[in-house]
Ligand binder design. Structure first.
Ligand code: 4AD
Ligand code: MG
Length: 456
């Protein structure tokens, strides 16, 4: 066959019939009658499969019995208007079995649970749901780049291996070439000659570039050894971290809000069929929720106000709210889902519960942190204006018992031409959950890494 392959997606979107096309993919279902067979062939380029009609007797038909669910096939034929529901179908002139799939193929029937499908993460992209999720993930990554590149942000590739701890939460994976079972030989003998870890955030390195190129963002893998088995935490996830020079906390909130709106709008304009699928089969409230987010301004509410609102609400919380506490998921979801019923930006948190780099407010008690909370997810963004005053920053480093020497380069940004600057981090998986309605982070990561789980 010397003819170029047509992706099923393009065949289905064809404007006219075609005398000869070649499609290749995996058989979803097959039905036989005496004189012909129907094959549903899907190549993953679209949710929809293409229907193939193969008459008995065409070349390759002798193998039809082995063209079972999951097997791969190559179909040559005419693209013709379909008498059925779909617009186009293929009248095959030649069919070929590429690779067979015996009855042990786990995806024989539709309707497997997400829990079962996680155990076959290497095959689940072949299902409707996971195909739609991972095509969406790719399109959303493009939408992220589009948003920042259109606004003159430079994409900076910050390191994955680092010797600094951005968040100070002690959730780092150690990077070492030493055998943990061998006798302790000291860091001098390790690869980097000092402790190193996988990054928990590209922010600190990102700031160095913002203090040179003005507007930057990072977008890449991030690692946290949080030992919490929740539906919103993964040990390996992707984060988007814009950093903006000459910007304060309010400018930061503006960008965060436009960013979430841009993502919501991109999803609402999705014409691939994947969004329809999520609205129909995953989350019936998805479209209405995204429309609201795209249209309505986000509420902005200080941490202190948020605590007061929750204390006055009469709501039964597992952890009763008090000033100074770190907000739990139940608090975030109460604010965004029950009280305001829209995205909320909570800002000015107590300094004790936030990292060293956040800017101290006039009150001496709070820092310019801001979290964006959205319905269905809770915290999707965490950000802040950074402390640009050297003396206060060094004071924080001392107070938190950190090693000042190790952060000399970060402090240099304040020593030489310091500027007010701000930024935030978006969890990319939470963003995908937000636009698809999928409830578990394990289902929007190709191969999720969580405590005691590092398969594939
Ligand atoms: O709020 P976080 O910890 O903020 C930072 O890391 C800052 N350095 C960001 C910045 O200002 N440049 O994390 C940011 C976001 C969270 O809001 C959440 O969406 C996501 O990253 N996130 C996780 N997503 C999945 N699994 C985890 N374990 C996550 N931890 C954080
Ligand atoms: Mg946070």
């Amino acid at each position: 066959m010397n003819i170029q392959r047509t992706l099923v997606k393009h065949a289905l979107a064809s404007e006219a019939p075609a005398e000869q096309i070649l499609v290749e993919g995996w058989v979803r279902t097959r039905r036989d009658s005496k004189t012909f067979s129907f094959l549903e062939v899907n190549d993953g380029t679209s949710l929809a499969s293409i229907q193939v009609v193969a008459d008995a007797g065409i070349p390759g038909y002798e193998e039809i019995g082995r063209m079972t669910t999951g097997s791969s096939v190559s179909i040559l034929g005419r693209l013709i208007e379909s008498p059925g529901k779909q617009k186009w179908e293929i009248q095959a002139t030649e069919i070929k079995l590429v690779g067979s799939a015996p009855e042990t193929y786990p995806l024989q029937k539709k309707g497997h649970s997400p829990e079962f499908l996680r155990t076959i993460a290497h095959l689940r992209p072949r299902t409707n749901l996971f195909g739609a999720i991972f095509r969406t993930r790719s399109r959303m990554a493009a939408a992220v780049h589009q948003f920042f590149l259109e606004r003159d942000f430079v994409w900076v590739h910050t390191p994955i291996i680092t010797a600094s701890d951005c968040e100070g939460a002690g959730e780092m994976f150690r990077v070492t070439t030493m055998d943990p079972l061998a006798e302790n030989k000291g860091y001098d003998n390790d690869f980097f000659g000092k402790p190193a870890n996988l990054t928990v955030s590209g922010q600190l390195e990102g700031e160095t570039f913002a203090c040179a190129l003005s507007n930057i963002y990072t977008f890449g893998p991030t690692f946290r050894a949080e030992n919490s088995n929740t539906s919103r935490h993964a040990a390996e996830f992707w984060m988007i971290e814009p950093e903006i020079a000459f910007c304060d906390i309010y400018g930061d909130m503006d960008i965060a809000e436009s960013f979430i709106k841009h993502i919501a709008r991109t999803m609402l304009n999705d014409a691939s069929g994947d969004f329809e699928f999520f609205c129909k089969f995953v989350d019936k409230g998805l479209r209405a929720r995204l429309e609201e987010v795209a249209e309505k301004p986000f509420v902005r509410c200080s941490y202190t106000e948020a605590i007061e609102i929750m204390q006055a609400s009469g709501e039964k919380f597992e952890y009763p709210p008090y000033w100074g506490m770190d907000m739990q998921s139940e608090h975030e979801r109460f604010l965004t889902e029950k009280h305001f019923k829209c995205p909320v930006i909570v800002y000015n948190y107590p300094k004790e519960i936030k990292p060293f780099y956040m800017r101290l407010n006039e009150d001496g008690k709070t820092v310019t942190a801001m979290d964006v909370l959205v319905p269905g997810i809770g915290e999707i963004i965490g950000g802040s204006q950074r402390e640009e005053r050297l003396d206060i920053l060094e004071g924080n480093i001392d107070r938190m018992g950190m090693d000042k020497e190790a952060y000399y380069w970060y402090n240099d940004l304040r020593r030489y031409g310091t500027v007010p600057h701000a930024g935030f981090g978006v969890g990319f998986e939470r963003l995908i959950m937000f636009v698809t309605g999928v409830q578990n982070i394990r289902d929007v990561l190709p191969f999720p890494r969580t405590p005691r789980n590092c398969e594939f």
